[in-house]
Design a protein around this ligand. Structure first.
Ligand code: PLP
Length: 373
């Protein structure tokens, strides 16, 4: 890397004066938590997804935990889910002492394969937990046909749309979004659970707030609860981010299109799938698979670093993580599609304000690493 060149970062949120003003207003109001910004953010988010209810929570992980409780997942149950996800989707089953049962993924969309999921259903299965990985809609109609309760991990999928026009997270199943700093919309940390059912919202709102019912005084709690609340400061940032969401999503899509052009000539490189069958991706990350038989993925990550380009292996297969191997005895070879994709996947720099010049730099660096002269 030449000294004059800046490092191209992996991700960078878009935050501006609107967010600053919003935060200042909350600070000056003195009401930092359990204030009016929470329902305001929830209502704006629900309206955006044309879904009846939304509940703000402290993280995507917290939302997944409450969503699984809301569909009744409990001790000894099995939940069929994807091994190609961020670890929190599987972990959230363990919080309720249920077992995440993995099934292989579709090699094109990288989402849980409905046929493999159907084959993994047993008498103990009480829910399905598809993940809209990298913002690409999972095949919800196929999962719905299996007739089991569904929780959607939509943490990476804000802005994605199903072929029938339903926004991801708007089909009525408890669906959970994440607002960590690399996401399409960020509140620093945070999440949102959407649902069509008032009863689910009521349960989630109580359980995120120490098990307190809306009409109860501070000190009476009629069920087990957690502290999974999102602060008013975070919700105020979320409202400001929602106002600029369309623009941020458009910019991400434009950067993705630039990447496609710039990387087109790299032989054997796996690119994110194009939108197919009417499903539309909500762009979150730009993840490629290094060519089979070429330099190993980890060497590619190191090579890119030498060219001043941040990247990371993304995502590792959950079942091969040491905790999952030890706890459940998982081994290589169980989910071959997932294992091959996970071993070759690398996330490239991707953020709304990425310039064409930065995309070119990444492409040039990747070419130099994959096809050294
Ligand atoms: C697919 C997926 N599920 C769950 C999560 C967990 O979200 P959070 O980090 O907000 O707890 C993430 C976030 O990184 C994710 O990408």
């Amino acid at each position: 890397m030449s000294a004059a060149q800046d490092v191209v970062p992996l991700a960078r949120p878009v935050l501006g004066e609107a967010e600053e003003r919003a935060v200042l207003e909350v600070l000056r109001s003195g009401q930092l938590s359990l204030g009016p910004r929470v329902p305001a953010f929830e209502e704006a988010f629900a309206a955006r997804l044309s879904v009846a209810h939304a509940s703000a929570v402290s993280s995507g992980t917290a939302g997944l935990h409450l969503a699984l409780r809301a569909v009744g997942v409990t001790d000894g149950d099995e939940v069929v889910t994807s091994p190609f996800s961020f670890v929190a989707s599987a972990n959230s089953c363990l919080f309720e002492r249920a077992r995440p049962v993995f099934a292989d993924i579709d090699p094109l969309t990288l989402n849980l394969d409905p046929q493999a999921a159907a084959a993994a259903v047993s008498e103990r299965t009480t829910a399905l937990l598809p993940v809209h990985i990298f913002g690409y809609p999972a095949d919800l109609p196929a999962f719905e046909a299996l007739g089991l309760p569904i929780v959607e991990d939509a943490c990476e999928a804000l802005g994605a749309v199903h072929a029938d026009g339903t926004p991801v997270g708007g089909r009525g199943h408890p669906a959970v979004f994440g607002f960590y700093a690399n996401k399409q919309l960020t509140t620093g940390e945070g999440g949102m659970l959407t649902t069509s059912l008032a009863a689910v919202k009521e349960q989630v709102d109580s359980e995120r707030n120490q098990g307190r019912a809306p009409d109860m005084g501070w000190l009476d709690h009629d069920r087990l609860g957690f502290n999974y609340r999102l602060s008013d400061v975070a919700c105020a940032i979320g409202i400001a981010q929602l106002d600029r969401l369309d623009e941020m999503l458009e910019r991400r899509a434009r950067v993705a299109a630039r990447y496609r052009e710039a990387l087109a000539g790299l032989e054997g490189l796996g690119l994110p799938c194009e939108d197919t069958r009417g499903d539309r991706r909500g762009w979150f990350v730009f993840v490629v698979q290094v060519p089979a038989g070429g330099p190993p993925r980890d060497e590619v990550v190191l090579g890119l670093r030498e060219h001043g380009v941040q990247s990371k292996p993304y995502l590792p297969a959950i079942h091969l993580m040491s905790f999952y191997r030890e706890r459940f005895g998982h081994r290589e070879g169980e989910f071959p599609v997932c294992e091959d994709i996970a071993a070759r996947s690398v996330a490239l720099p991707f953020f709304p304000e990425m310039t064409d010049g930065q995309v070119e730099r990444v492409a040039t660096a990747l070419r130099a690493v994959l096809e050294p002269a």
